[in-house]
Design a protein around this ligand. Structure first.
Ligand code: XMP
Length: 525
């Protein structure tokens, strides 16, 4: 295990992922974690991440003071990246100062000593790297030497091989440092002598073992399937471990896309053989949403109804089997559980709390169910890989995200008026099919139509019309936290707009949403 101690860099997750991509398991925990929690993980190497702080600032985060003794006594190599390098220099007796010249962006460095971090590269070899720092190491601690310098003469890489400390002032993990991955490989495979043996099959085997030993032979386990990738992969995994002691629930809340229920049930039953109860609760949800226009209120009602339905499902199982469910399966992913060093001034200890409102309704406060979260160490692309080796159809694994409150957040205002939901479903289906036919579905993070409850004048077949408008939204994004709008070919858009107006009754105008996030959010509500 390679342990990344996070000091708040925007690239920390990237380091974790890059190392996993080299078939070495890596985990990321807060840089200020106690020595005990680090030792429990028994790492073979430690990487100190970058961060937005200056080592001189009051309250600048630092590793546990006992860490130095621990890594030296256990021969665990440590690599500091950017702020991580500066911490090593400062804590081992060197000096870090505000740099005379800041180094931001692409810079050139020259290898001063090959071997070690630069493997078989030659002394004097130049490489392009990505720098982003305002402080610099001006005096190295005793026993350290400079192994690369920037073309401005600043320290770019250091090492003390005897003590096992290494440092890079630049970011080897970003693609703007094209040879950065070589340096990570030299560190992991030559310096730390770690073997590249971690595979997704190992994760699967390990999770199956854990679930089998955790769930008792008579325990019932429940899982809410949303039709999304995460809950489907989590349920498939748990089903592999405990068979039909797993009971899944899929709720049709009346806010699903065109033929969504049929499509996902087909995958659950035909392809994955999951034991799923499908509840049609559309009338219940829609009757509670009647007349409700305020977005947060809509979300709250939908969340509450989901929990009510879940409760009744538990009661039904109790009547049938004479006992209550013990476990609840959740498709929580690693980015949601990583406890990172807070960005300066945020006052928060978790950098991901912003997402909490997205777990529709959240979990009931006094929940008796214990959680099984088999994906909680994985990133989204790894979940897809895991799904693939368990036989989840590839088309399903690549589906765009769909929000828990469904189409309710894509019809501003009262969703129950007229045929608004049906009109939206038809326009959305044409949009998505056209994107698939054009072969660009996988280039887009999310694409969908939005129903606009405004009436505008048009002319169709020589007749005056007074109908609704549809907005199309398509964005690219890495994690949904920020997003950019997708730039379609104009001919594609022209054909799409003609099709929607011709084929969807009640629509005479098509608009394109060209806003990024921020300032907009991806969904309209
Ligand atoms: P926003 O609209 O906040 O969305 O920019 C970011 C991402 O989150 C999805 N989203 C949700 N997902 N429950 C979910 O499961 C929700 O309540 C919810 N709201 C937004 C959205 O589709 C996008 O991918």
């Amino acid at each position: 295990l390679v342990l990344i101690l996070d000091f708040g860099s925007q690239y920390t997750h990237l380091i974790t992922r890059r190392i996993r991509a080299l078939n070495v398991f890596s985990l990321c925990i807060s840089g200020t974690s106690t020595l005990q929690s680090i030792a429990e993980l028994n790492p073979s190497a430690i990487i100190l991440s970058g961060g937005p702080h200056s080592v001189h600032a009051e309250g600048a985060p630092c590793f546990s003071p006992e860490l130095i003794h621990y890594v030296e006594s256990k021969n665990i190599p440590v690599l500091g990246i950017c702020y991580g390098l500066q911490l090593i220099v400062q804590k081992l007796g060197g000096e870090v100062k505000v740099a005379g010249k800041h180094e931001y962006g692409r810079m050139e460095i020259e290898v001063a000593k090959a071997d070690g971090l630069f493997g078989n590269k030659k002394v004097g070899a130049k490489q392009s790297v990505w720098m982003s720092h305002g402080d610099e190491a001006v005096r190295l601690p005793e026993g350290f030497e400079v192994v690369a310098r920037s073309n401005q003469g600043a320290v770019a890489a250091i090492e003390n091989r005897a003590r096992g400390f290494y440092g890079l002032q630049y970011h080897p993990e970003v693609t703007h440092s094209p040879e950065g991955m070589d340096t990570l490989k030299y560190f992991l495979f030559d310096i730390c002598e770690i073997s590249a043996s971690w595979k997704m099959q190992d994760i699967l085997d390990e999770e199956l073992k854990v679930i089998k030993s955790k769930v008792g032979p008579n325990d019932l386990v429940i899982c809410g399937l949303s039709g999304g990738v995460d809950s489907t992969v989590a349920a498939t995994l748990v089903h592999k471990a405990i068979g039909d002691r797993l009971h899944c629930l899929f709720v049709d809340n009346g806010l699903l896309r065109w033929r969504e229920r049929e499509r996902v049930m087909e995958t659950f039953e035909r392809d994955l053989h999951l034991p799923v109860t499908c509840v049609d609760a559309s009338e219940k949800f829609l009757s509670r949403l009647k007349g409700v226009t305020e977005p947060e209120k809509k979300r709250k009602i939908i969340g509450e109804e989901f929990i009510n339905i879940f409760d009744s499902f538990g009661q039904e199982l109790k009547q049938k089997y004479g006992k209550e469910p013990v476990y609840l399966v959740q498709g929580t992913l690693y980015p949601d559980v990583i406890e990172s060093c807070p960005p300066p001034g945020s006052g928060s200890t978790h950098s991901h709390t912003i997402k909490s409102h997205h777990n529709v309704g959240g979990l009931p406060k006094n929940m008796k169910l214990k959680l099984i979260e088999p994906l909680k160490l994985l990133f989204k692309d790894e979940v897809r890989e895991l799904g693939k080796i368990m036989g989840v159809p590839e088309g399903f694994l690549k589906r765009h995200p769909f929000p828990g409150p469904g189409l309710a957040v894509r019809v501003p205002g009262d969703v129950t008026l007229g045929n608004h939901l049906d009109t939206l479903r038809k326009a959305d289906e044409i949009f998505i099919q056209s994107i698939k036919d054009a072969g660009i579905y996988d280039n887009i993070w999310q694409a969908f139509a939005v129903f606009l409850p405004v009436l505008t004048v048009g002319v169709q077949g020589d007749q005056r019309t007074y109908s609704h408008a549809i907005a199309l939204r398509a964005v690219t994004s890495h994690d949904g936290m920020t997003a950019d709008w997708y730039d379609f070919d104009h001919k594609f858009l022209a054909e799409l707009s003609t099709r929607i107006c011709n084929e969807v009754v009640g629509v005479n105008r098509v608009l394109m949403d060209i806003t990024s996030k921020p300032p907009s959010t991806i969904e309209w509500e």
